[in-house]
Design a protein around this ligand. Sequence first.
Ligand SMILES: [Zn+2]
Ligand SMILES: [Zn+2]
Length: 360
Amino acid sequence: MSPAMTTTEVTYEKLTNIADNGDLQHVPSSTINYKLRATANWVKKPFKQRSFWERLATLDLASDKCYVVQPQNPNPPPNLNVWRERLWLVITIAPALLIQALWYYIIPETSYFHTWHPIFAFVFYHLAFVAFTIRLIKHLTYYMDVYGTFDEHNRPRDYVPDKYVPRLIISVLIYTLARTGGGLILGGYNRHAPPSLGHTISWLFPVKIGLWLISLDFFFYSYHRAVHTFPFLWKYHSKHHSTKHPTPLQSILADDIQEIIEIFLIPLLASLAMPLSAHEFWIAQCILMYIEGMGHSGVRAFWTHPLIGEVLRPFGMDLTIEDHDLHHRYGKSGQNYGKQTRIFDRIFNTISERVEGMEK
Ligand SMILES: [Zn+2]
Ligand SMILES: [Zn+2]
């Protein structure tokens, strides 16, 4: 530890299990020794004294107990009701589409204001995406409080370090703007076609979006495994791994290059493999955000992917929260590279055993 570091700082690396080449080795989390944590003085300030960025980052804070080591829970993680989550997704995603459909229904076709110009649609759906994200974070932090978090008996969740607070909020803005605009462009937004099941949204949209997510996971797995494998690429991913125990919003904390690849390139490649309409895209982006937030929440529950989890479970390829939580604990040494499924981790043998949330 350098002399400049205080007792509240952290390198986020394991004290032990470092290989001769300096890489961290893949070890069971029970043997991990954790160093101290990064400086996060912003959380100690009263809300009114926090900066603009810090006030926005406050949204991501769970209850106090999530940041304090807890007694070991002797019970297995509870099974989260996936139908309740599907209902939550419908209730939270549908209103934006219903508002546009209702607008086209109510405003006469002869009116200049009947159709939504692409720029208006972009602004509307971006605001809807931000609203979805805020509700999602509240949803996840609620469950963090109710169920606790994985590995909480060894180490609680990490605060966003002081130095990354502005970066995180800017990343969220870039993410939501780019994903909204990208979806409208790639989906070929048509201002004369309001949201309509069987029209702009296929009756088979859950299947289409499920396939889109799987193809996205293939490209993400390839990129993700590469940045963990080749030392010269690790620097583009290490910022995302600055936490061993993330919180929902830290799913978006990334380096510039990583953002370009994850926000633009990978969804673009997935869309070439499985094209979606603009409205299907918006649903897919919300589900993608849901899975990314869920995977970084650490909620101690058997909580699977609401769209494709049950289909993949018989093959041992479904993703639950603990899978990506373990990925962060292992750091550079990797394992569990998929972020939507474990299909490619299973095929290429990079899967990691679950520690607390065993297969049901
Ligand atoms: Zn990683
Ligand atoms: Zn992550």
